[in-house]
Design a binder for this molecule. Sequence first.
Ligand SMILES: Nc1ncnc2c1ncn2[C@@H]1O[C@H](COP(=O)(O)OP(=O)(O)O)[C@@H](O)[C@H]1O
Ligand SMILES: [Mg+2]
Length: 482
Amino acid sequence: MLEQKNIGPKSAQWFSDHPMLMEKAASRKSSRLLRSTPFRLALAFGLLFILAFLVAGIITYQLLKRDLAEALDDSVRETYSVVASTYSPADIEDLVAAVAAYARLNNAEDSIFLLSGEKGKRLAGNVSPFAAEDGLSTIEAGDIGQKGDDRIRILAGTVGGNRLIVGESFAETEDLEHIALMSFGWATGGIVILACGGGAFLAARAQRRLDGIERAMSDVSAGDLARRIPLEGNGDDIDVVSTHMNQALDRLSALVEGMRQVSADIAHDLKTPLNRLKMTVEQAIEQGGRGEDVQTLLIDAREESDRINATFEALLRISQIEAGARKARFRPVDISDIMASVAEIYGGVAEDSGQSLDFTTRPASPCMVNGDRELLTQLFVNLVENAINHCPPMTRITLALRAEDDGFSASVSDDGPGIPEAERELVFRRLYRLDKSRTTSGSGLGLSLVKAIADLHAAHITLADRHPGLGITLDFPAQYQG
Ligand SMILES: Nc1ncnc2c1ncn2[C@@H]1O[C@H](COP(=O)(O)OP(=O)(O)O)[C@@H](O)[C@H]1O
Ligand SMILES: [Mg+2]
């Protein structure tokens, strides 16, 4: 029981106490090795290499064997004809002498010579008479009463009515074949070691890098978003894939960080109106308890909850726009036309606050882009409303539109207080408002929505200082030529 509780590091001692578990671990490791692609490739390549070498070796060996056999036949034929040429029809003595001389000079184990006369009587030679068919044939040394188990290649024929047999042992040929076979065997051994060793080395190298990727990805899955795949720096395919995966991880962690930021901001910023709502309700309860009129407080509470509701709706709307589903509704629209109607509708509002609103520069022809008319209208409305709300009376608000080489440049500018450089990026964050605007109405989502709509239309947005005032420029790409 005690042992089971101790789930500490699996030391060698621990494993030796648990032989079955050790076996399991070893078999897991080997099955992992068998499933590893680099190992399989190396194994397949190694086997193929060895097979190719064996096939080449066998072919070479067979050719060599054939050549050696032919050479032996030629040699036997040549010796036979040299011996036979000593025969002259006049008398047989020369032939007998020649055979006797050859038989004396040669060991019967290497070469045999036999001349037999009528009834098989031996006239000369180094072996006892034996019967052989005409032409080339192979016999065993034992068949003719010789020692050893060598084979002999013989040529038999009739010369002047006598039987002449000349033969050569295969021993030398077989020695050569044996040497060839041995060299081939050693070479095969070397090749096997080389193929296995080289394969294992290359497989281990590739496996090490795959393991690096696996480790990095499992760390990322476990929540370590800052983890990246280590690169070798040689620009090979694994490096290229790893670079792409690292880029995807960069983007992922930026998105997750953004989401975290947004959620934190939202939770933080919604606390204030919710607290306000709670305080109003508590005050109403208190006053109600004293029998006082709570109507005004309830109306306040309803307005506050409406505002909270509106904020949530705006947040949802921004998320939906960011999700990109509205792209399916894109149609060719004329931005010039949209800006003109916004200027017309808000001209009166600006005038009421003592400001002026003009659509100054406008190309003569329509400025068509592929987009969502309703969203683009909302974008310009938000910008114009901001200028009206955040600028004092006497401010001049100007809308302008210019056709560029690669699209259209639309701008909304004013000569109001502007946005300090340090806050120009921050104002696009959800619920972000400048401190001085806390007293004006608004939720801090107007510019977030503008950014989401601009991104959806692939429009680049820039905030600039107009000295004095704010200039917001939107560069729409020429997605649609009308
Ligand atoms: N034209 C402008 N002039 C000066 N400040 C501006 C202008 N437009 C936006 N701002 C600042 O940027 C902040 C964010 O704008 P926005 O997202 O539309 O929120 P809201 O208008 O609801 O406050 C505003 O609170 C304001 O401080
Ligand atoms: Mg606004």
